[in-house]
Write a protein that binds this ligand. Structure first.
Ligand code: NAP
Length: 557
């Protein structure tokens, strides 16, 4: 009997395996959650639908896939030993290396025995009699657990576009978010890539080198900054390690996006043209996401944002030789950064290759996919293979696939029909003892994910320990606290330029999905402080209950 069962004293359906905690997903969030739960002496079962650990890095193995946060920062900070022993080879780690790291973590911390692979969680229902969750998996089993933690990832539900004729295409169809495990060789093939988000921007230059011809179908041009990827030297790694305590502290507490970098102290319009240009030039030369940290008002002030957007548009025009193609590649319908900014290696230069064609499907939409061609604007583009880089049902998509039933049988999908509602992105009212890691309403996808994952896992662990120490039975968000938080998340977003873009942050990429800015944009440092304050005030805004047995004892004494 585990620590929690002995406290709660509940009995469960005969024969059902019982755990203190069921964790859904064995990516970076699920693995660290398991490690921490073990530290509390709790029993936990992790279900993972993939064939191995790694989450997003298990699925997204398309050509050129690599992280857009520098590897020395996109790594766990919870173990000094792990930090010391793992040597990242490049400034931006390629997908295979990140997957290797995930596997190393699973082995090093002996996590595998509690992870069941190739198993989807189909259903989770809260039983108001026992105050436990009943969790049904794709292997037909049902287990019970006091807590359920959704570590399902924000960009895990790959989205197939609804294009006429797609099912009848005779060649191979690939989705970047669901790439096969066998090597894919496009040598000698005519390839089409549909979509021009981060996944396409990384894969297009690599596919162009293999394919006999590559046609890129672009609906919306995107801003992208050169990665300037390079091998990491021993000296660079050591310099990072020497400063790790400060780098990690800064990323957690100060940086808005969980990435250590110099913080700008002025707005873009505070500098004259020459000075501003030289600042952008130096950020462009350095490369990477921190381009947007050149000034402190790029996400807030359209005129300031225009200066950065114009700089990048000019760069595109310098790189791309054909003026018409350059014009098409220059984003013109959203502020820079309001869609997730991309980081690339030679993306724009790839369009100078003779074997690459850009097709503007904004003005000439794809009408149909034929067995051997893509028809757009009345023209047929002959292709042998199709790469769909069409993105994800982000933030809510993976959670929505699970039939989650809380109090009174209400499903989470019913509750979120008009947009996700959470308190702090961690819990949703009416769903007791159900935690979400990096859920909507938390900084999540606007941050270095591992920083946000570690913060949530630590907070959830402390919370479960708090409940155990006080013999508490359930915890859930109060409606009023949740409503106030949802309003706050919206209000902060409305003060920025983000809602001006039709982005997946807004749910705008999924037809019919409610358009609400889902992540919390207040910054990871501010958010962490809010979460810590809530915990320090005995989990203010959350309702906690004692077991019925304790209530009865109290009433009779
Ligand atoms: P995405 O940003 O959502 O891009 C999807 C692309 O497909 C967009 O260009 C979209 O056009 C297009 N599209 C969607 N449906 C279409 C349709 N029916 N017809 C034609 N075009 C269609 O998806 P993603 O590139 O996979 O990236 C998603 C997120 O994952 C990124 O923003 C990033 O946060 C993360 N990511 C990170 C990395 C990294 O760390 N380096 C790499 C890849 C992805 P519209 O814009 O017009 O909708």
């Amino acid at each position: 009997m585990s620590a929690l069962q002995s406290v709660s004293g509940k009995s469960h359906a005969a024969g059902a395996e019982t755990y203190d905690v069921v964790v859904v997903g064995a990516g970076f969030a699920g693995m660290y959650m398991l490690h921490k739960l073990r530290g509390l002496g709790l029993s936990a079962r992790v279900y993972e639908q993939g064939g191995d650990v790694g989450g997003t890095w298990y699925w997204n193995r398309y050509p050129g896939a690599r992280c857009d946060v520098e590897s020395m920062q996109y790594s766990y900070s919870f173990s000094d030993e792990l930090q010391e022993e793992w040597d990242w080879s490049e400034r931006y780690a390629p997908q295979p290396e990140i997957l290797k790291y995930a596997n190393h973590v699973a082995d090093r911390f002996k996590l595998r025995p509690d992870i069941q692979l190739n198993t989807r969680v189909d259903r989770a229902a809260f039983d108001e009699g026992s105050n436990c969750w009943s969790v049904t998996t794709s292997d037909g089993k049902t287990v019970t657990a006091k807590y359920v933690v959704l570590a399902t990832g924000c960009l895990s539900n790959a989205r197939m576009p609804d294009i006429k004729g797609l099912a009848g295409f005779r060649g191979k169809v690939y989705h970047t978010g669901h790439w096969p495990h066998e090597p894919v060789d496009f040598k000698g093939q005519r390839v089409a890539v549909i979509g021009t988000g981060s996944s396409a921007i990384q894969s297009v230059p690599v596919i162009a080198e293999q394919a006999s011809h590559l046609t890129v179908f672009q609906r919306t041009a995107n801003f992208s900054i050169p990665a300037r990827n390079a091998a990491l030297t021993v000296e660079e790694r050591n310099a990072f390690r020497a400063n790790y305590p400060e780098i990690r502290r800064f990323a957690r507490e100060v940086a808005r996006n969980g990435i250590y970098t110099e913080m700008p102290d002025r707005g873009a319009l505070d500098d004259g043209d020459n000075e501003r240009r030289s600042k952008y030039e130096s950020r462009w030369t350095r490369g990477g996401l921190t381009f947007m940290m050149a000034y402190n008002n790029l996400a807030l002030d359209k005129a300031a944002n225009d200066t950065a957007a114009n700089f990048v548009r000019e760069k595109i025009a310098e790189i791309v030789k054909d003026p018409q193609t350059a014009k098409l590649l220059q984003p013109n319908n959203h502020p820079i950064g309001s869609k997730r900014i991309c980081v690339d290696t030679d993306y724009f230069a790839t369009f100078n290759r003779p074997n690459v064609t850009l097709v503007d499907i904004k003005s000439n939409p794809i009408e149909e996919i034929l067995p051997n061609a893509v028809r757009a604007g009345g023209k047929d583009y002959a292709v042998d293979a199709l790469v769909l880089a069409t993105g994800f049902d982000a933030m809510t998509g993976s959670v929505a696939k699970i039939d989650i039933r809380g109090r009174n049988g209400q499903t989470l999908n019913q509750k979120w029909a008009e947009g996700p509602k959470t308190y702090l992105g961690l819990m949703s009212a009416g769903f007791p003892n159900l935690f979400i890691i990096t859920g909507p309403g938390s900084p999540s996808v606007l941050s270095n994910m591992i920083v946000s994952i570690e913060q949530h896992v630590d907070w959830i662990t402390d919370c479960i320990a708090y409940m155990r120490d006080r013999h508490l039975d359930t915890m859930e968000a109060k409606r009023e606290a949740e409503d106030n938080w949802v309003a706050h998340v919206n209000e902060v977003a409305q003060g920025t330029l983000y809602p001006q873009a039709n982005s997946w942050y807004m749910g705008a990429n999924i037809p019919g999905k409610p358009q609400i800015f889902m992540p919390y944009i207040g910054g990871v440092g501010v958010y962490r402080q809010i979460c810590n304050d809530v915990a320090a005030k005995d989990y203010e805004g959350f309702a906690m209950s004692v077991p019925e047995r304790t209530q009865k004892l109290a009433a009779s004494s």
